[in-house]
Unconditional design. Structure first.
Length: 481
């Protein structure tokens, strides 16, 4: 009988009533508690406590009963103003689920909320992950997801919500599009967001992304441009939209599918264009901008080696929800991916300091585009004379045996920036080196490196063209010295 009583107590505790997310935060702040203190008391991670307070996840036994007990005691100490409407209690999940536009760092507060659709009671699959139906399986990384998946939210037409400061991008910078066994397409966004994707063709998918999905990110600087939405297509999504799951050897070398492919013809008929690099692993589909309005969607196709393991590790093998989380974290800390990490870094510098800017109004009150000083441009910029290495064309007018002094040449070396390493630093697997004025990079620029297997020789090499001349080991297998 005691086992039955324990089971009943556990069942009651699993549905302990919790106030809405806003009330949870109010009660914690009213008592002067931090998220770290709450997490320590409940013996959970800070991110877990933050998710409970934000309404992104719901606590499960035994933490749920303890969390509800804490909130109940705080509510007795700090009752709601009787002149204000009393917050309603809920017994399962809150009426709204906070869905951040980008994955926030640990402890960040939610910025916006979406109405929770009707459907089965939800429980978190794991801490800070997407919600799924109770007892529903999580899709594996190597198989297609089953038809039992998180209930999706309908993407509302743009401009219908007034809760966010920028309703255009309230669903985050990117989404991973996948198709279940039943043929229903879903877009997995950051923060556990799942959207229904009604599009059944590539042109329709691009239209849906720009008009209803609310994906993208605001510009990083005044004269910059908003970040285009990024769609990551899984293998199942590629089949749905008529694209090959993998590229042939010829297509892989070309970096794109042929221009006569049926999907490209569909896009052309719908008035869409591709950049010069064509429809490849990182494709960009656009229409010419009208004024300040851009119409452009970026595609990322992992099965076409878009997420090269040299740059992205094993990200291309992750399931849709986890891949959306990983890329979302990268987007929040750097920017929306645009290719390899190197390409994205260049895009970041351009986004922060665009190549052009608007001029001051002229006599007619109109503004014009002008070069933004210091920005990355297409034309190379000569280095300063003091930074030019010996032999640089910039120094061709100097006397033949002229020795540049401190006023004409920088004499700083790497040892000027070095310091003894601490014990903790010596145990680390990496270190940071500073190449002052790219001095060592400039020196290695003219270095000839042998590409063949090393060959041991017993005398000095006399071949003038051999890169190993003067060494006892010649790095080229063709050398006969």
């Amino acid at each position: 009988m005691s086992e039955l009583f324990d089971a009943v107590d556990a069942l009651i505790a699993s549905r302990s009533p919790l106030p809405p997310p806003a009330e949870r935060r109010r009660l914690r702040q009213a008592h002067g508690l931090t998220l770290d203190e709450v997490a320590a008391a409940l013996q959970v991670r800070r991110a877990t406590a933050s998710g409970w307070e934000a309404g992104k996840t719901e606590p499960r036994p035994p933490e749920r009963d303890a969390y509800a007990r804490m909130l109940k005691q705080l509510a007795q100490l700090y009752p709601v103003d009787p002149n204000a409407a009393a917050p309603a209690m809920d017994t399962a999940v809150p009426e709204t689920l906070a869905v951040p536009a980008a994955p926030a760092s640990t402890g960040a507060e939610p910025a916006k909320a979406l109405t929770e659709p009707t459907g089965p009671i939800l429980e978190p699959a794991s801490e800070n992950t997407a919600l799924r139906p109770a007892a529903g399986p999580h899709p594996a990384a190597t198989t297609r997801p089953t038809s039992r998946r998180p209930p999706a939210r309908k993407a509302a037409p743009a401009g219908t919500s007034a809760d966010s400061t920028d309703v255009r991008f309230e669903n985050g910078p990117l989404a991973v599009v996948d198709v279940d066994a039943g043929g229903q397409a879903y877009a997995y966004g950051v923060g556990g967001l799942v959207l229904d994707v009604p599009a059944k063709s590539m042109p329709f998918l691009v239209d849906w992304t720009l008009k209803e999905a609310k994906l993208g990110a605001p510009k990083l600087s005044g004269p910059g441009k908003d970040a285009d939405p990024l769609l990551v297509l899984t293998e199942a999504a590629l089949e749905r939209y008529g694209l090959p799951v993998a590229l042939t050897e010829e297509e892989r070398l070309a970096g794109r599918i042929p221009e006569g492919h049926k999907v490209i013809k569909q896009l052309v008929r719908a008035g869409w264009q591709l950049t010069k690099r064509g429809f490849g692993p990182w494709a960009r589909i656009y229409r010419p901008a009208t004024g300040s309005e851009r119409a452009c969607v970026q595609l990322c196709i992992p099965s076409w080696h878009a997420l090269d393991s040299r740059h992205w590790g094993e990200a291309g093998q992750l399931p849709p929800t986890e891949l959306a989380r990983v890329l979302g974290v990268y987007a929040s800390r750097v920017m929306t991916p645009r290719g390899s990490t190197a390409v994205t870094g260049l895009e970041l510098m351009t986004a922060l300091h665009p190549p052009t800017r608007a001029t001051a109004p002229d006599a007619d009150g109109k503004r014009h585009s002008e070069h933004n000083p210091g920005s990355l441009g297409k034309d190379p910029v000569d280095c300063a004379p003091c930074e030019a290495p010996d032999g640089h064309p910039l120094l061709k007018d100097l006397p033949r045996f002229h020795v540049r002094g401190p006023a004409e040449k920088l004499f700083e070396e790497a040892f000027d920036w070095a310091r003894p390493l601490t014990d903790d630093e010596c145990m680390r697997r990496n270190l940071v080196g500073i190449d002052v004025n790219m001095a060592f990079a400039a020196g290695t620029n003219g270095l000839i490196v042998g590409l063949g297997a090393p060959t041991h020789v017993t005398r000095r090499c006399s071949t003038r063209s051999c890169p190993g001349r003067g060494w006892l080991t010649c790095p080229t297998s063709t050398c006969r010295g």
